[in-house]
Ligand binder design. Structure first.
Ligand SMILES: Cc1cc2nc3c(=O)[nH]c(=O)nc-3n(C[C@H](O)[C@H](O)[C@H](O)COP(=O)(O)OP(=O)(O)OC[C@H]3O[C@@H](n4cnc5c(N)ncnc54)[C@H](O)[C@@H]3O)c2cc1C
Length: 454
C-alpha cells in the first residue's frame, strides 16, 4: 500500500531543465520531469512497450499539450494527464509533484486516466495451427475475457497436423483429427478469419492487413505461422504430381493420386518421409524412398536401429534407394519419373518431397522484426517488438528452431501467461523425443536440445 504522503525523491538540481530522471516512490519507478518552472511525475513504465523508459523520453509540446515521447515507440503521453495522444486505450498514472527546500517532492496518490478498454486488449493471432491455437487455449484459461482474432491461411478450423499420417494411411478420418472446428471459435468468442492469410503487418499503425483486404488493429500480436516444406532445387519440381506433405490439401492430393496411379517416389527418409511412404503403400501404391544418407532417420537413430527399421519397412513392401540423390524430376505434362545421381531412373506418378522444413518468416521479416532462421524471441516468446510475440515452428529461441510439437506446447503456455500479463515463466529448451507413427512398428527416438539445433 502506498502511503499517500509527500516524499522527497531527489534534489531539484539532479534534473536538468527540459528533461527527466527516474526515481523510486514507495519502491515503484516513476519518471520525474522538469519543464520550465514546473515538475511533473508519471509512471516510468511505458504501457505500449512495457519497458521502464519514460524518464528517458524527450519532452516537448504537441498542439499546446506538454508531453513526453516514449523512447521505444514514440507515443506521446501528456505530462499533466498521462493520456496517450495516439492511442486512447493507453495511459500512465500521474502524481502530484512540487519543489520545496531545493528538493523535488512527489505524493503517492496517483491519478489514473479512465480509458475505455484499458485492460481489455485485442490479441490478433496470425496462424491457425497447432502452436497458435494452443496459445489461444492457454490464454482463455487465464483470461477468459480476452478479445482474440485469429487469421488462418487454411480454410479449416485447427487440426492435429501430426495425425495427417494416420489420415493418409486410412486409420483416421478428418473429423478425428479436428482440434477446434468452426463452432469452437464461435462458442468461445474467438473471431476466426479462415482462408484469409495476413499479407502485411503495419507495426507503426499496429494493424494487420489480410489478403481479402481486412485491416484489423491489435494491441498484442502473436505470430504462429509455422513452417514451409523445403523443395529440392532440381529441374521438374513444378510438374503436376510433385507435392509436399504438410496440410490437409496435400493429403487430399496424395489420396487422389493413389486412387488413379501406381508408382510413388518419396524423397527423404526422415520421420515424415517414412510416414508418407507407408501411408501411400497402404493405399495400394508401389513406393520407393530415395534417401541421401546411408541411415534412415539419421537425426534420431543410430545405424543398427535404422537397419532394423529399414528391414521392417521392406517387409511391408516399401523399397529404398540409399544413399542416393535426386538429380531431376522427369515428365512433360505431369511427372513420370525421377532420375538419380547414378543415372538410373525410377517410374513415378507421384513424387512427395519430405526433405525438411523452413520456418515461415517472410511476413515477420517484411515487418522489420529481427529474424535469422526463425523469428528471434526471448525466453518469454517476445520478439524484437514488445507488442509482438511468436510461438511454434516459425520461432528461433536461443539459436534453436523446433519441428516437433512438445516444445511448442511449452512455448504456448509461457507466451499465454505473458500475453495475459500474469506471467513470470520462461521457455527453456526441453529434451526432444519422437515416435514414428507407423502401425505395427513401435519406434521411439530421443535426443537432447543442444543437438537439435538445425
Ligand atoms: C505429416 C506430419 C506429421 C507430423 N508428425 C509429428 C509427430 O508425430 N510428432 C511431432 O511432435 N510433430 C509432428 N509433426 C510436426 C508438427 O505437426 C508441427 O511441429 C506443428 O504442427 C507446428 O505447429 P505450428 O503452429 O508452428 O505450425 P502449423 O501447425 O503448421 O500452423 C501454422 C499455420 O499458420 C498458417 N499460416 C502461415 N502463414 C500465415 C499467414 N500469413 N496468415 C495466416 N495463416 C498463416 C499455416 O497455413 C498453418 O495453418 C508432423 C508434421 C506433419 C506435417
Amino acid at each position: 500500500m502506498r502511503s499517500q504522503a509527500w516524499s522527497m525523491v531527489c534534489p531539484l538540481d539532479d534534473i536538468l531543465p527540459q528533461s527527466g530522471v527516474c526515481a523510486l516512490l514507495d519502491g515503484c519507478q516513476i519518471a520525474v520531469f522538469r519543464v520550465h518552472d514546473e515538475i511533473f511525475a508519471l509512471d516510468n513504465r511505458d504501457p505500449a512497450s512495457s519497458a521502464n523508459v519514460l524518464s528517458r523520453g524527450i519532452v516537448g509540446d504537441v498542439m499546446g499539450e506538454l508531453v513526453v515521447a516514449s523512447p521505444v515507440y514514440k507515443q506521446h503521453f501528456g505530462l499533466r494527464t498521462g493520456r496517450c495522444l495516439e492511442n486512447p486505450e493507453l495511459s500512465v498514472r500521474t502524481y502530484p509533484a512540487r519543489v520545496a527546500n531545493g528538493g523535488v517532492w512527489v505524493r503517492s496518490d496517483a491519478t489514473v486516466m479512465s480509458a475505455p478498454g484499458l485492460h481489455k486488449r485485442r490479441l490478433v493471432v496470425i496462424g491457425n495451427g497447432m502452436a497458435g491455437m494452443r496459445a489461444v487455449e492457454e490464454l482463455l484459461a487465464v483470461a477468459p475475457d480476452a478479445e482474440i482474432v485469429v487469421f488462418g491461411s487454411e480454410p479449416h478450423g485447427n487440426y492435429n497436423r501430426t495425425l495427417l499420417s494416420p489420415l493418409l494411411a486410412g486409420e483416421k478420418q478428418v473429423a478425428d483429427i479436428m482440434l477446434h472446428d468452426h463452432r469452437w471459435y464461435a462458442e468461445h468468442g474467438v473471431t476466426l478469419h479462415a482462408d484469409d492469410p495476413v499479407t502485411r503487418i503495419d507495426r507503426w499503425r499496429r494493424v494487420v492487413v489480410s489478403k481479402r483486404g481486412l485491416v484489423v488493429p491489435y494491441q498484442r500480436l502473436l505470430l504462429a505461422t509455422g513452417s514451409t516444406p523445403v523443395v529440392l532445387d532440381v529441374p521438374g519440381t513444378e510438374l503436376p504430381g510433385v507435392m509436399t506433405f504438410r496440410d490437409l490439401r496435400d493429403v487430399d492430393a496424395m489420396l487422389a493420386a493413389a486412387r488413379s496411379s501406381a508408382n510413388a517416389v518419396v524423397v527423404g527418409g526422415g520421420l515424415l518421409g517414412l510416414e508418407a511412404a507407408t501411408g501411400l503403400q497402404r493405399r495400394g501404391m508401389r513406393v520407393t524412398v530415395v534417401h541421401r544418407s546411408e541411415t534412415l532417420m539419421e537425426r534420431q537413430l543410430d545405424q543398427a536401429a535404422a537397419a532394423l527399421l529399414r528391414r521392417s519397412l521392406e517387409q511391408r513392401g516399401v523399397q529404398f534407394r540409399m544413399p542416393a540423390r535426386t538429380e531431376a524430376i522427369l515428365g512433360d505434362a505431369r511427372v513420370t519419373g525421377v532420375r538419380l545421381d547414378d543415372g538410373s531412373e525410377l517410374a513415378a506418378d507421384l513424387v512427395v518431397m519430405a526433405i525438411g522444413i523452413r520456418p515461415n518468416i517472410d511476413l515477420a521479416k517484411r515487418a522489420g522484426l529481427r529474424c535469422e532462421r526463425g523469428v528471434l524471441v526471448d525466453d518469454t516468446m517476445q520478439t524484437f517488438d514488445p507488442s509482438i510475440y511468436a510461438v511454434g515452428e516459425c520461432v528461433q529461441h536461443r539459436n534453436i528452431t523446433y519441428g516437433l510439437v512438445a516444445p511448442l506446447w511449452d512455448q504456448a503456455r509461457v507466451c499465454a501467461t505473458h500475453l495475459a500479463e500474469v506471467g513470470n515463466g520462461r521457455f527453456a529448451a526441453p529434451p526432444i523425443s519422437t515416435r514414428l507413427k507407423v502401425t505395427g512398428i513401435d519406434l521411439f527416438g530421443g535426443r537432447f536440445p543442444r543437438q537439435h539445433a538445425q
